[in-house]
Ligand binder design. Structure first.
Ligand code: F3S
Length: 387
């Protein structure tokens, strides 16, 4: 692998043992995947932030490191809101351990924004190289923005944040971003919601696995694209998808899809996922809510009171910039929490049935939280939470 003078100096230990080890890790990863060089990155998003997932040994490893991030870097959602964990009913022992994980990342220069939607916080542009971890964030940055990142593991993303580079292979290379299979959606209408696109992603992810799909027959908007990609990354391993005439690479590159396998998807394959059964709580914001989604919820909740727990998740930056919507949502008795989410927080494990508007949550809640998940539109979720 080609390395520059700075890389050689780091490898020789000239910038400390942690950076040396981190660059060794990146070089080893690059060799495994056939990278010819490292590429400078604009930002990193680091997973392995919830104490629920990394535990005692992950925390010990973080505490053994000594270096600072050299590019903007944020964390994936953690197991609790950093400032309102008591109110959420988080166990104090878990909270203490989670705070120790956050402190360890802060010492490494990782910004304490814990979110799967870093693209709402810092401008990310077409063609930017990134080292992001969380699957929905990876899908959104590659597909909706046209930036370039592989799905990094936690240590790989942290190493990239501390060194400022990542191995240049996989989705960093244009030749690997071509579609493999066409998903021809039949019967999609203009009034399809975020939940419809989440359900489509839930279904399509199972069909395509780790291939790059090229969608025809749909015209999703930004939040709907976010829902589609997040769900496909959950039921499949889709880190990049294209939507004809919508996502940026299909507008710049004429992909030859003529010889590709074509899979038709009928509308009833999607609607069958919308099953009705009683739930104990409603959780929205998977991936974390956009400003528009908070605005929609605020409008839907005007003059209403919740009758069962309604959790809403968003990044702290989006919450701070949309305080009016957040206050209107919380006036109903719903709670808007930062830093965490319905899947990584242990708190959601207390409910046997959870209603969501997200295909990704539909896939993950049963395994990660133990309860059944029901998908509905945002309007239906609000109705169920306030009926
Ligand atoms: Fe984000 Fe948690 Fe969903 S990390 S995509 S809100 S499972």
């Amino acid at each position: 692998m080609q390395l520059d003078r700075d890389d050689e100096q780091i490898l020789a230990g000239g910038q400390g043992e942690t950076k040396q080890k981190m660059l060794e890790l990146l070089v080893a990863l690059g060799k495994v995947f056939g990278a010819e060089r490292l590429v400078p990155i604009k930002s990193a998003q680091v997973s392995g932030a919830s104490y629920k997932t990394i535990g005692k040994y992950g925390l010990e490893w973080l505490n053994s490191l000594d270096a600072k991030a050299v590019v903007p870097a944020v964390l994936n959602p953690i197991g609790m809101p950093r400032t309102r964990w008591q109110e959420m009913g988080v166990d104090p022992v878990f909270a203490k351990n989670q705070e120790a994980v956050v402190a360890a990342y802060a010492r490494l220069g990782i910004a304490l924004e814990c979110t799967c939607t870093p693209y709402y916080l810092r401008e990310t542009s077409f063609g930017d190289h990134l080292a992001w971890s969380e699957s929905s964030a990876v899908s959104y940055s590659n597909s909706v923005i046209g930036a370039r990142t592989n799905r990094e593991g936690g240590p790989g993303a942290l190493a990239a944040a501390l060194v400022g580079k990542t191995p240049c292979y996989g989705l960093h290379l244009g030749k690997n971003r071509k579609p493999h299979v066409v998903i021809d959606v039949q019967g999609a209408t203009r009034d399809w919601t975020v939940a419809d696109y989440g359900a489509l992603g839930y279904h399509a992810g199972k069909l395509v696995g780790n291939r790059i799909p090229y969608f025809t027959g749909i015209r999703p908007e930004r939040d709907q694209l976010k829902a589609l990609g997040a769900a496909m990354a959950a039921t499949g391993a889709v880190a990049l998808y294209h939507v004809e005439d919508i996502t940026p690479e299909t507008q710049k590159i004429r992909f030859d899809i003529g010889g590709l396998e074509k899979i038709p998807v009928e509308r009833n394959e999607i609607t069958t996922l919308f099953k009705e059964f009683p739930v104990e709580a409603v959780a929205l914001g998977c991936p974390h809510c956009s400003p528009e989604e908070l605005g929609t919820l605020a409008r839907l909740l005007v003059g209403k009171r919740v009758t069962k727990p309604l959790y809403v998740f968003a990044s702290q930056g989006v919450i701070d910039a949309n305080r009016k919507s957040v206050d209107a949502i919380e006036k109903s008795g719903a709670k808007v929490y930062a830093d965490t989410c319905m899947v990584v927080s242990p708190v959601m494990e207390r409910y046997k049935g959870i209603m969501v508007n997200s295909g990704k949550a539909l896939a993950y809640v049963p395994d990660m939280c133990g309860g059944a998940a029901r998908i509905g539109t945002t309007e239906e979720c609000v109705w169920v939470a306030t009926e």
